[in-house]
Design a protein around this ligand. Structure first.
Ligand SMILES: [Zn+2]
Length: 245
């Protein structure tokens, strides 16, 4: 702020902390009131808020091509967070843990995929090349409108990359893939650390039930495509109304 004599009114201690203040020139205002504004990272003045400040000072990576596969307004947040970990291959799968083997008292050679008991598990194995996961994928892909997409992670990602639009049918695909990866990982951990086991068929049904519950909260636009989508998922036509929310 500027006082009546035209000098800056900074707290005195600030001059030691920020010597640059000594050389700041006072702007001369004509026909306007002095006011505080926030200039964002693009050089535009905007309303000040803590969100705006964080958005400007946070570290930013380049935008990734798969962002719309993971984050969309109808997503189930815990599934999306998990899918983000899967895409970045950050889960503690057995192939990644094997780099800790040197000097370890634990014999990691004894580790094997708890779902199929063949070799160590890995991202690509669990999603969905594993004999168990493959059955899960076959049980859900038709409902995800991905009946012709095989169980390889790269193929699923390529398909998603080309089909991550706001169309309801593509929202469903993304919900199913995220839920499937979440539940397979949950089952893998359950078998590692508890005695609880579910069959691949039961897991498929739980994935479908979870996605269906999410779809029940949407309102779909009128139209043939959405009508058949609702029929496919056994959702009442009362959900056929306005924009998907
Ligand atoms: Zn396996």
């Amino acid at each position: 702020m500027v006082d009546s004599s035209g000098n800056w009114r900074w707290p005195v201690a600030w001059y030691d902390l920020f010597p640059v203040l000594l050389n700041l020139h006072i702007p001369v205002l004509h026909d306007m009131q002095d006011r505080l504004i926030w200039i964002n990272s693009e050089g535009k003045s905007c309303h000040y808020s803590s969100w705006e400040v964080w958005n400007n000072i946070r570290y930013r990576e380049n935008v990734v091509s798969w962002k719309n596969m993971v984050w969309f307004k109808q997503c189930i947040p815990r599934h999306s967070f998990h899918l983000w970990m899967v895409i970045r291959n950050k889960l503690k799968t057995q192939d990644r843990m094997s780099i800790w083997e040197a000097g370890s008292a634990t014999n990691l050679n004894l580790m094997c995929c708890p779902l199929c008991h063949h070799d160590r598990d890995s991202r690509d194995h669990l999603f969905f090349e594993c004999l168990y996961s493959k059955v899960v994928w076959v049980g859900i892909r038709e409902l995800a409108n991905m009946g012709d997409v095989n169980y390889r992670w790269d193929d699923i990602m390529n398909w998603m990359d080309q089909n991550s639009t706001s169309q309801p049918v593509n929202v469903v695909s993304r919900l199913v893939v995220a839920a499937a990866s979440y539940y397979v990982w949950q089952e893998r951990n359950s078998r590692l650390f508890t005695r609880n086991q579910r069959t691949a068929i039961v897991l498929s049904q739980e994935i479908i039930k979870t996605v269906r519950m999410r779809l029940m909260t949407f309102k779909f636009k009128q139209g043939f495509a959405n009508r058949s989508l609702l029929q496919k998922w056994n959702i009442p036509s009362s959900n056929l109304d306005i924009d998907p929310g």
